[in-house]
Design a protein around this ligand. Structure first.
Ligand SMILES: [Zn+2]
Length: 330
């Protein structure tokens, strides 16, 4: 539970009206002419803007979250089917703490930072081109990818961070843990005032049995700054693919939309406060009539009343009868 989650906070951001247009990004999957490479491109400025507006985030933090969102959407295409959920967790030693991104094969996604940067750091001017986020995420630590296929046990893989730049760390994960020669690159551009200009990225992988050197060529092109040189205000999937594979011919296999989505609600809020423990929850219930829990992913505030807190406390005691008797005798 982060520091701000049980404090009174700003009014809840209500869910978008049903008649409000959805704020969509898009993802395109392609295969090259020889069937040796898969090329996936993502453009998700609108889902990132929605996330930033809901959580009142901009500047450097928007760059970190944007890179996480783009990478998460790209990673979801490694899934076997659209029902698969993927969670990427970067546990670095930097000031933002753990970075989490959840994506689904059907295009839904959300991302959060465990901690916020000090205002002066978050609002400092961001340089043009590739912004180094390693110092804020942490250049050492671990990256864990959890793939939930709805089976009894989700598949999980962990690697050490290589740079804390997020895309480079995921690229290493794909090559090491999933044995898929890959290159993955994300770009986020922001205005001088800290608002989001655009967010996009490319993933290139070989098919099993193909020559990994083809991915190396794409990696070199992407590290040359071709992606950062694009104007993300009006970028197309063709431009993104061109940045990675140049004039290589390819065909579009599939395209779908991307959206920001956070399925949080009262159950999530109860889970968050349960980490306080029964005794503290009962104390809180005596002190205040309502407790607000703010979701780190979407900024939504759920209000729990004193009876909700007592209810969670009694569930905790029921699950730990020994602890309950020790506490009641004290
Ligand atoms: Zn939420």
């Amino acid at each position: 539970m982060s520091a701000d989650e049980s404090k009174p906070s700003r009014p809840a951001h209500e869910a978008a009206d049903a008649d409000e247009p959805e704020r969509l990004g898009s993802l395109r999957r392609c295969v090259n002419g020889d069937d040796t490479l898969r090329i996936v491109t993502v453009e998700c400025a609108e889902p990132l803007r929605e996330l930033c507006e809901r959580c009142e985030i901009d500047g450097l933090e928007a760059v970190v979250l944007g890179r996480a969102m783009v990478a998460g959407y790209l990673m979801a295409t490694v899934a076997k089917n659209e029902h698969e959920r993927m969670r990427v967790q970067l546990r670095g030693e930097g000031p933002v703490g753990t970075v989490i991104v959840d994506t689904h094969g059907d295009g839904r996604g959300r991302a959060a930072l465990q901690a916020r940067l000090p205002e002066a750091l978050a609002r400092r001017p961001v340089e043009a081109g590739r912004v180094s986020i390693g110092p804020f995420v942490g250049e050492s630590g671990f990256l864990t990818v959890t793939r939930d296929l709805g089976l009894a046990r989700p598949y999980q893989g962990t690697v050490e961070l290589v740079s804390g730049e997020l895309d480079e760390d995921l690229e290493a994960y794909l090559s090491e843990s999933e044995q898929l020669p890959s290159t993955l690159r994300c770009v986020v551009q922001i205005e001088p005032d800290g608002s989001v200009v655009g967010a996009a990225g490319v993933l290139v992988q070989t098919f099993p049995g193909s020559d990994p050197a083809e991915v190396d060529a794409a990696r070199e092109r992407l590290r040359d700054g071709r992606l950062e040189a694009l104007d993300l205000r009006r970028v197309t999937h063709a431009e993104l693919a061109h940045a990675a594979v140049g004039e290589t011919g390819y065909r579009v296999v599939h395209e779908h939309s991307l959206r920001f989505d956070c399925p949080c609600g009262p159950e999530n809020a109860r889970r968050v406060v349960s980490t306080l423990g029964a005794e503290d929850l009962e104390a809180l219930a005596r002190e205040q009539e309502t407790t607000e829990v703010r979701c780190n992913f979407c900024g939504r505030v759920t209000v729990l009343d004193a009876s909700d807190l007592r209810d969670v406390a009694s569930q905790i005691r029921a699950a730990n009868p020994n602890v309950a008797s020790a506490e009641s005798s004290s």
